[in-house]
Ligand binder design. Structure first.
Ligand SMILES: [Zn+2]
Ligand SMILES: [Zn+2]
Length: 227
């Protein structure tokens, strides 16, 4: 059985994360995970951060993944690139995007100015596998719950940092719309995180887009553990 984390942040790239990419990789390796997706926040609809060029920003954006990947190579942990797409002004409506890499982002600066539906349609068209993260999250900064069931493949039905109401609603939503059910920790804390979620599967992921094959096969289970 192979165990994968599908939703994890690094301090290098996500301002809200507390754990560095190398420590994150070390922790998941120590828990015998097969692989880890680094899904740092990729926010569009705003000026490019730090006054960088698009090229400069995408390079910076890949840092957490690159560091974790390098650390993972020494630890027998596969580290994969993903990103958590948020299109402003729709803060809190977040999509985990798998299967498009840093080179893709580099070649497509137009994603930065696309409105949310157009952005998702473009990502889908380009071959991404898209999972809405914590769709029923409630927070003072989230203006409203927004759902785009025709623009995603799956739903994060267990997010380790959301409560039972939020996850329960996500689960009912996924079932009603027949969307793939996935789980992730949304780890911002590295080894300080207490609850972990993800998938166990008999299918090994060689490249990020394989996650889609696993979802389609149905040959996986979700896990939810408090350590
Ligand atoms: Zn965050
Ligand atoms: Zn996240």
């Amino acid at each position: 059985m192979f165990r994968y984390e599908l939703h994890c942040h690094t301090r290098e790239v996500s301002p809200c994360a507390h754990a560095g990419a190398e420590d994150v990789a070390k922790y998941y390796a120590s828990r015998n995970y097969t692989g880890l997706f680094i899904t740092d926040h990729f926010v569009t609809g705003r000026d490019i951060p730090y006054g960088l060029s698009w090229e400069g920003w995408i390079k910076k954006f890949g840092e957490g993944y690159e560091i974790a990947k390098k650390a993972g190579e020494k630890l027998n942990l596969k580290v994969f690139f993903g990103f958590e797409y948020t299109c402003l002004p729709h803060a809190g409506t977040d999509f985990l995007v798998y299967g498009l890499d840093g080179d893709w982002l580099l070649a497509h600066p137009e994603i930065n100015t696309m409105p949310i539906r157009k952005g998702l349609e473009f990502l889908l068209c380009e071959g991404a596998f898209i999972v809405q993260a914590h769709p029923f999250r409630e927070s003072s900064y989230i203006e409203m719950i927004r759902l785009l069931p025709r623009h995603v493949h799956g739903v994060e039905v267990i997010n380790a940092n959301r409560n039972n109401t939020e996850n329960g609603a996500a689960s009912a939503y996924a079932d009603y719309y027949e969307l793939y059910r996935l789980a992730g920790t949304d780890n911002h804390l590295g080894d300080k995180q207490k609850r972990f979620c993800g998938i166990d599967t008999g299918i090994e992921i060689e490249k990020p887009v394989d996650l889609r094959k696993i979802a389609e096969s149905g040959k996986y289970t979700l896990f939810d553990e408090t350590r």
